[in-house]
Design a binder for this molecule. Sequence first.
Ligand SMILES: C[C@H](O)[C@H](O)[C@H]1CNC2=NC(N)=NC(=O)C2=N1
Length: 122
Amino acid sequence: MASPDSTQDTPVCDLADQACEACKVGAPLVEGDEAQRLLAELPGWEVVTLDGVEQLKKEYTFKNFRLALELTNKIGALAEEYKHHPGILTEWGKVTVTWWTHKIGGLHKNDFIMAAKTDSVT
Ligand SMILES: C[C@H](O)[C@H](O)[C@H]1CNC2=NC(N)=NC(=O)C2=N1
């Protein structure tokens, strides 16, 4: 039994367990070193710039379309639950997910939280 103060007992509130905050126009963008620090907690995710907007992106692969659609629907339910919505491209054997915050035209902490929550439903 590890001692109560050992590091493995230290509760870690990781991204997937955090709640999204209400995001308003003018909220600060997450960029540079802060983005890289949060990205390090998100295996398989990358920051891409599409139409000048930084977004988090990850591809999930499957052996058929039905499984891709199942994940798509799980992510859709997450988005509705947390009122924060991704881009989702659903293809045979693949789901491509992008997270960014439309209101601020880039990345917010919420996008990193939702990316972690996306991984938690795969
Ligand atoms: C009115 C509605 O709650 C807002 O427009 C929400 C909806 N979902 C959203 N999703 C994302 N990714 N960015 C937003 O700015 C956003 N705004």
